[in-house]
Design a protein around this ligand. Structure first.
Ligand SMILES: Cc1ncc(COP(=O)(O)O)c(C=O)c1O
Length: 368
């Protein structure tokens, strides 16, 4: 549904909508407004059906799966469910999504426990480097490790399963932030094995905005609640998440339609297409701008996005990067995130089915 005269290289931020899914949701909204009580109260089986489609797509068992509005809300639910003491530590990395960083800081400030980010310095050569940086940083006081499945600014895929396995052996809790993972990775939430997993469907599944989820392992289901506790409190994890006060649940219902849209094309086919295009984008930008790659050029640490340093002489502070981003949009109608990353200016490009090689060439012409 994107404006065709715009060059859209930022699918990663908010996704983009598929016309058929949008129309499906619009029809649902009309039905809701036609008979609100019937839709929201009596027709709860619609939600059950959507939960089944989406949870099965994600490899998450139904009893541990709950819809939320977005990944941020999911992280909030998880953090609220953990009892921290003042001697405890929350550990994450310097590649954590900034919104999640703020949530972790707030919890640490509230309970007086400590918060630490282990540094993953770019460039990285292998997943092993990430694994070792994180696992070697865990201390006896570490109560919770928060890792990204696909990190936002760096675009790197973390070896989540291996890190989770290590944490389990050490008795440390792990939350995996998979905001980008559904639709980008061949995700099987249960086999990641984390204590909690949160994700978004409005990014790479192209569901309507407002479709995220939280999954909790068996041991945490009784203690993890929605941010908005309501009527179904105490009736089990899945039921509690089904009713988070009066709200428009059409993004969740239409998320199932988005999963089916991808099924028709083939999710494996979509992922392959996007991954090989993102790998090509990384190679082309690195070559055109003559910069050091931030991860292997074979794309082995990337999904559908690639982060590349700006060429020499371009901005390297956040305000100047944001000004360049706006200038590129205003002058060339190219939407691409440009930001400061570890003291350098960087661009993150996203590959989705609508992406074309010409879009990247336009970016190279705009920034050279
Ligand atoms: C790694 C990561 N976590 C969390 C979020 C937050 O997602 P939302 O704004 O949908 O809650 C994002 C958004 O880009 C992200 O990249």
């Amino acid at each position: 549904m994107l404006n065709p005269s715009m060059t859209y290289l930022n699918h990663g931020s908010f996704g983009a909508r598929v016309e058929s899914v949008f129309k499906f949701q619009a029809a649902l909204k009309r039905e809701l407004e036609f008979s609100p009580v019937d839709f929201l109260d009596r027709q709860r089986s619609r939600l059950e059906e959507a939960r089944q489609v989406v949870a099965s797509f994600l490899g998450a068992d139904l009893e541990g799966f709950g819809f939320v509005d977005n990944a941020t809300t999911g992280v909030g639910c998880v953090l609220n469910s953990i009892t921290f003491n003042s001697g405890d530590e929350i550990l994450t990395t310097n590649l954590v999504y900034n919104g999640v960083r703020q949530l972790l800081n707030r919890i640490a400030d509230d309970v007086g426990c400590s918060y630490r980010e282990t540094a993953i310095d770019l460039p990285v050569q292998s997943s092993d480097e990430i694994y070792h940086r994180i696992t070697e940083s865990i201390k006896p006081a570490t109560k919770l490790v928060v890792i990204d499945h696909v990190a936002s600014s760096s675009s790197l895929i973390f070896p989540a399963e291996e890190i989770v396995q290590f944490c389990k052996e050490k008795g440390v809790l792990v939350l995996v932030d998979g905001a980008h993972a559904p639709g980008m990775l061949n995700l099987d939430v249960e086999s990641v094995g984390a204590d909690w997993y949160v994700g978004n469907l409005h990014k790479w599944v192209c569901a309507p905005l407002g479709a995220g989820f939280v999954w909790a392992a068996q041991d945490h289901r009784d203690s993890t609640h929605p941010m908005t506790v309501s009527h179904l409190y105490g009736q089990g994890f899945a039921r509690e998440f089904d009713w988070q006060g009066t709200k428009d649940i059409t993004p969740w219902l239409a998320a199932a339609k988005a999963v089916q849209w991808g099924d028709e094309i083939g999710w494996e086919r979509i992922r392959k297409h996007n991954h090989s295009l993102a790998t090509w984008m990384q190679q082309s930008l690195v070559e055109a701008w003559n910069v050091e790659p931030l991860s292997p050029l074979d794309g082995s640490m990337l999904g559908n996005m690639a982060t590349v340093l700006l060429p020499f002489g371009h901005p390297n502070t956040m305000p100047a990067c944001l000004a360049l981003r706006d200038e590129i949009y205003n002058k060339f109608q190219i939407e691409v995130p440009i930001f400061e990353l570890q003291g350098k200016g960087a661009v993150r490009v996203s590959a989705q089915l609508y992406s074309r090689e010409i879009h990247l060439k336009q970016l190279i012409t705009a920034i050279s």
